[in-house]
Design a protein around this ligand. Structure first.
Ligand code: SF4
Length: 340
């Protein structure tokens, strides 16, 4: 198996709604994810970034089998994940795990941490009592939590501790791939750093591959080997993290970067133009970013641009009719973004 295709997302779509009413009237569908293609190498972290509503969480849910694509396919080492989720969801859960955004809400308040962590050891790994005890000790040590916490309940923990328990639960299945959906966005900045450091160490120690979803560019930059930028259900730019942050080519990526407060640069604020995502029930023709884009031309309103590599950089792809040359984003005022 070519590791370049460890996880392969091939022209994946997810449409919600649509079809016809009882009276035969067509109902509009919402294209939450449209024609997304991405490959993830074993052992790497792919960061997926975009505004709230861009489709990144829908994509995450399809990767772990909580939702099914309505077009295209997602494969892990050549095996179709949607088919695997239908045929043997436990087999899929042994290979792919999910870490939720809200750490406390994701833990059953009526169960002790021991019961929460033992569930995957029993149901996914079939470990006996002594093997479970050894594995629990290892899991707690891996996420830097004291073993006596096993007898406590989720409400007794801070957000950062609860998220470390959520990570330990994902690790309990001994997966190859973990999808982390905004795993630190509910945490204070200092706690974020602790959790990100733990995740970084676990990836190397357990040979994990991460798909890391966040709206927070600083977080994405700190954790990712490669970054995919999503807008309105599409991947509009993908490449090495260092390339994307130093030489963004898509106008949306530049606008995202310009909207991040930085020392010596005022946070960009809305002055003119559209600041909202387009209406998903009535998507605009052509490139969905054209109403916000300073480089838009007639061709942008006519057709969605194909992804093309940057000159001399075949792994830096941009879906834009008029990509920029690269270089750091100008500190000019830019529309404010919804981040959540
Ligand atoms: Fe802007 Fe056109 Fe590129 Fe879309 S395709 S981002 S409207 S230049």
């Amino acid at each position: 198996m070519n590791d370049a295709r460890f996880l392969s997302i091939d022209r994946v779509e997810r449409v919600f709604g649509g079809g016809r009413t009882l009276f035969g009237t067509a109902r509009p569908g919402v294209h939450a994810v449209q024609g997304v293609s991405l490959d993830v190498t074993r052992g790497e972290t792919l960061g997926i970034v975009g505004e709230s509503g861009c489709g990144k969480s829908t994509l995450a849910r399809m990767i772990v089998g909580l939702d099914r694509p309505t077009g295209g396919r997602i494969t892990l080492e050549g095996r179709d994940l949607a088919a695997e989720a239908d045929r043997d969801p436990r087999a899929l859960a042994r290979r792919v795990q999910y870490v939720f955004q809200d750490p406390v809400a994701s833990l059953n308040p009526r169960k002790t941490i021991r019961a929460i962590l033992e569930a995957p050891l029993i149901h996914l790994r079939g470990l006996n009592r002594s093997a479970r005890a050894a594995r629990l000790a290892k899991l707690m040590e891996a996420v830097n939590l004291a073993p006596e916490f096993l007898e406590r309940y989720p409400h007794e923990f801070s957000g950062g501790q609860a998220q470390r328990i959520g990570i330990a639960r994902a690790l309990a299945a001994d997966p190859d791939l973990i999808v982390l959906d905004e795993p630190v966005s509910a945490l204070d900045v200092s706690v974020q750093a602790q959790v990100l450091n733990i995740l970084d160490g676990l990836r190397d120690r357990f040979g994990l591959t991460y798909v890391f979803i966040s709206h927070d560019l600083a977080v994405i930059e700190s954790v990712s080997d490669r970054v995919a930028v999503m807008y309105f259900g599409h991947v509009v730019e993908v490449g090495r993290a260092s390339e994307i942050f130093a030489r963004p080519r898509h106008p949306y990526t530049r606008l995202l970067l310009a909207s991040v407060p930085a020392p010596g640069r005022a946070a960009a604020v809305a002055e003119t133009g559209e600041t909202e995502l387009p209406d998903p029930y009535h998507p605009p023709p052509g490139c969905p970013f054209h109403a916000r884009c300073p480089r838009a031309s007639d061709i942008c309103r006519a057709g969605f641009p194909a992804s093309a590599p940057a000159p001399g950089r075949p792994d830096h792809l941009t879906a834009c009719h008029h990509p920029e040359d690269g270089g750091m984003p100008a500190p000019a005022a830019a529309p404010e973004f919804q981040q959540g």
